[in-house]
Design a protein around this ligand. Sequence first.
Ligand SMILES: [Zn+2]
Length: 251
Amino acid sequence: MDENTCWWNIPLIEEIFLKVEVKVICSMVICPGGQQDEMIWAGTKHGLFTVSSAYHLAKSLAEEGKGSCSSEEGYGDVWRKIWAMKSPRVEQLFIWKACQNVLPTKGNLYRRRITGDPLCPLCEREEETPGHILWGCPSAQDVWLECSRSFEKNNSDEADFLHLFELLLGKLEEKEVQPFVAVARQLWYRRNSVVFEGVMHSPAAVIQRARDQLHAFEKMEQTHEKGTNTTIPDQLVTHWKKPPEGYVKLN
Ligand SMILES: [Zn+2]
């Protein structure tokens, strides 16, 4: 820097650096006031370091590293699609938990020192993660292969369930996503019945349960749609009432 002009000493910079570097350096604005340099943390607005901002930064860097995420806002599109799915709330929640890796898999329990090993309770060969138990495990693949051709065609070795689900959302038709989620949830139930009851259900039984759940939901939706066309008698409509003084209402 040239202290007299408070600007870059361009001839000197051109002598030392490559052309592209010169361009980058000279595009940086120098503060004309001549204040002392200070350390600033770019992760917060006030420039001070906080642990939570470091956590968010690390998380966004990790997501950037995955590289193949299709939307600019990371996985925002996946979350939007999950909550817009025409599936029971319980299934939306389940798939959200699987994508967030917050299901009580053995991998997660092992990390929290609740269990002694992280291995899949079904194949006992790999760490149990949502990606493994719901997709990669041979026991899960048996179900997917029997399930439908479209899931079979989308065969992928993705270990990360969120990434896998994002890929599937891109490949599957909208009407195929709902059965996928229903089967995934039943796979988790089957895993639980092995762990807690020692019962292993066949692929056909898993698929049948998922179908039954889908039909029950469709039926409920149809009844609901019919119901919205009829008017509810006045005496059945309840309105919110303020609780008496000194009481609170809780949901
Ligand atoms: Zn396994």
